[in-house]
Design a binder for this molecule. Structure first.
Ligand code: AKB
Length: 322
């Protein structure tokens, strides 16, 4: 599955929750990787990683960067997530919708061979069967979800019309030892991070909230494996991927069982709870399993065991920096 040749890869939105972990994996596979983001190089980035300032809403900036580095593949991660997107819907439209269009146009104009796109469970709206299959009416309630549906459709168009090899995974809520930014699924990583940092965390959802979740290393591996899969094995461009679907209470219990001194309570925020209630509680990922061999490695308790030492290191870093 892993290509034996070295690809030149650009990652957009590389300063976000997924970027640096993905870059580490791609570099570990021997690829030449360039990080880009609207923000400056983050502290955690390898010092020898080429880093470019890129605002994906600016087509001229994309054109100049693609002309300069000539990537063969792009992993397009740049996006405002669901909760932040609801506080700034116009900005979410510009970054997620126009930004994705600009990147696809850049791929067309510069002959970029392959575009990997991070879609999400937020493309789904309420009232769907559980587990929800890949192919259902997509009627999301958030600007984030709407722009991600549009990204999926635009990608399929650029594949048909211009031959851009567009591929996407629909990510569940991702959990890692990275401070999350602007997602509605953030209550899950914050149970670990805030629990360890301050000994308690008040989650902004009901304890019975259940959405699909995934430990970051599984999510990163899914993206890298889909990228490396021969196109003829793929029956579609966009795939559901799933790992586990715990209630918020079950995540809290997993944290509190490992760390009995931590207390997790619940105070639902109506706006964020409404978003969570509009998302499916489980995904059917059988096509990803059949087409490219997708299979998650971590369930909730395995994730908790692997994650706690990483979160402890993050908390030490935060304490030293402040
Ligand atoms: C969010 O909460 O907005 C994201 C997502 C589920 O795509 N983590």
């Amino acid at each position: 599955m892993i290509p034996t040749h070295r690809m030149k890869i650009l990652v957009t939105g590389a300063g976000g929750q997924v970027g640096l972990d993905l870059i580490r994996r791609l570099r570990g596979q021997g690829h030449e990787v360039h990080g880009s983001d609207v923000i400056e190089r983050p502290a955690g980035a390898d010092s020898d990683l080429p880093w470019h300032r890129l605002d994906v809403t600016d087509p001229a900036m994309i054109d100049a960067l693609l002309g300069e580095i000539k990537p063969e593949w792009i992993f397009h991660l740049a996006a405002l997530l669901s909760a932040r997107g609801e506080t700034r819907p116009q900005l979410a439209y510009a970054v997620n919708q126009t930004g994705t269009f600009n990147i696809l146009e850049g791929c067309r104009a510069h002959g970029v061979e392959r575009l990997l796109f991070t879609s999400t469970i937020a493309v789904f709206g309420p009232g769907l069967p559980s587990p929800v299959p890949d192919e259902v009416p997509l009627l999301p309630t958030t600007m984030y979800g709407i722009t991600k549906v549009s990204g999926e459709l635009l990608g399929a168009y650029y594949h048909r019309r211009y031959g851009v090899d567009f591929r996407a995974v629909r990510f569940p809520g991702l959990i890692s030892a990275t401070l999350p930014g602007g997602g509605t699924s953030d209550y899950a990583p914050l149970m670990y991070i805030e629990g360890l940092r301050s000994g308690s965390y008040e989650a902004f959802c009901r304890p019975d909230t259940r959405i699909p979740m995934m430990y970051m290393p599984d999510g990163i591996r899914a993206l890298a494996e889909l990228a490396a899969c021969p196109r003829e094995q793929l029956s579609r461009s966009v795939y559901n991927i799933a790992a586990f679907s715990p209630t918020a209470q079950e995540i809290a219990d997993s944290v509190m069982q490992a760390l009995p001194e931590v207390s997790i309570t619940f105070a639902p925020d109506p706006a964020r709870q409404a978003i969570l209630d509009s998302w499916p509680d489980a995904l059917d990922d059988s096509l990803a399993r059949a087409d490219w061999g997708w299979s998650p490695e971590y369930d909730l308790d395995q994730m908790t065991a692997a994650l706690l030492p990483e979160v402890k290191a993050l908390v030490r870093e935060i304490a030293t920096a402040t």
